[in-house]
Design a protein around this ligand. Sequence first.
Ligand code: AMP
Length: 542
Amino acid sequence: MNGLMMDMPLLISSIVEHAEKVNGDAEIVSVTADNPRHRYTYREAFARARRLAGALSARDLALGDRIGTLAWNDYRHFETYYGAACAGYVCHTINPRLFPEQLVYIINHAEDRYVFVDPDFVALAEGLAAQCPQVQGWVVLCSEERMPDTSLPNAICYETLVAGGDAGFVFPTLDEQAACALCYTSGTTGNPKGVLYSHRSTMLHSLATMMPDALGIARRDVVLPIVPMFHVNAWGMPYACPMAGAKLVFPGNKMGDGATLAELINEEEVTLSAGVPTVWLGLLAHLKSTGARIDSLRRIVVGGAACPLSIMEDMDGYGVETRVGWGMTEMSPLGSANNSADRRDDYSPQEFARVRLKAGRPIFGVQMKIVDDEGAELPWDGEAFGSLKVRGPWICSSYFKLEGVDAHAEDGWFETGDVATIDPDGFMAITDRTKDVIKSGGEWISSIEVENVATDHPKVAEAAVIGQYHPKWSERPLLIVVRGPGGEDLTAQEMLAWFDGKIAKWWIPEAVEFADELPHTATGKVQKVKLREAYKDFEFPG
Ligand code: AMP
């Protein structure tokens, strides 16, 4: 027997309808290129998103078509999230830090029909446009006065586009399983892969992130998402905040600028913020050098990479709780959160220092298990470590245009590529990775691509790259080289110079070490685990 409750689809447009009526007066504050502090309300934001939806619908687009964005965290990007998704299109956020070949691949693979571009990225887009012939128009996120002189084919001013949209546009009632957003994840072997979120998965994830032990977002909060909107939808905050009625503060292109972050926190009275470890180091350096305070801030959520204890202890000193979050692009992203600070008094100081570093407990909706090499489930004893697998309604089942290929293993669990322990309290801790990638400042570096360039060097017999702890970037690539015949005189400097112009600057290894040989498996693969063990005490020169 079925229950007798209304069957209403979980749609992004319901956030708009709710926030317009209930949270209309809450503010969105943004740093943009043409305004250091743009300020308006959810009511105004969603009126413009509605016009944008109308303007897009008036163009030659089919439901499900992709609308790309190369943009910072600001109000126009926020409007694009909603305008595209609520009209039935897919907002495809693109990471502008990728290098041009990857951007071209992603835009073409996604078949973006329009790409919305921040003025900061117009030059970048100009270099891509000729290779992306299916893009019908490039929308520059600025006012008419600020419209740059550009060679972009069919360049459209965002404000003109919005002004021409129907203010009374009625959002279609879509299937809740319809796609609403797309984000490519790169780093591992092969081309970047698209994670295609649905209205339903996004709504459920957003509700879950608001839970007190997750991000804990309430109406009284002022939320500063520092994690980019091009990186897994800024961890869902652009959806969760209007659901809750929390004020949003967007840092625009200043997300790496400690001084601006401190200013925004103090002047807008930010209570909650989230980002990768690197951004907190920037903020803390500013606070220490100026003596500034951040008294309104109550909690930061740190994820995307392991958070060093020093950040937590420094934040303690400013009266700010640090909560670790763990997740993945494939998981929308949130999978676990560490709420141990709520029970700080239950621990000795040493125990607390140990527990708070963990990735946290699975949030409701995400199931986890750890398995050994044979796939047998391991106990939650805090000791046994194995491959971490997850499943749940906001975890991807397959990648975009790879629908025939399950992203998860045959048992229906998604293989995260992380190695973890889980303790009897349910606190999961990441101990290693099986995926061969390096995460520097929150962004992936493919070890394989770096190794391929290294081994092309005529004096190199073999090369391997591992991610090594770095105090500022969490991890940086360390290159280990076995010199080939005639390579006796190969120096670290010569090796590093070899990368110039061949890969993105920030992918170039931080240091080079030479070895007589590398450890191999029986099938001849480099044993990264052994290599990481051998170099575990290596420190990058200060
Ligand atoms: P992404 O898809 O770019 O969000 O990256 C997801 C990956 O980042 C995870 O599979 C982990 O390897 C890493 N990661 C995310 N959060 C954490 C964390 N709290 N601690 C350690 N690694 C993390």
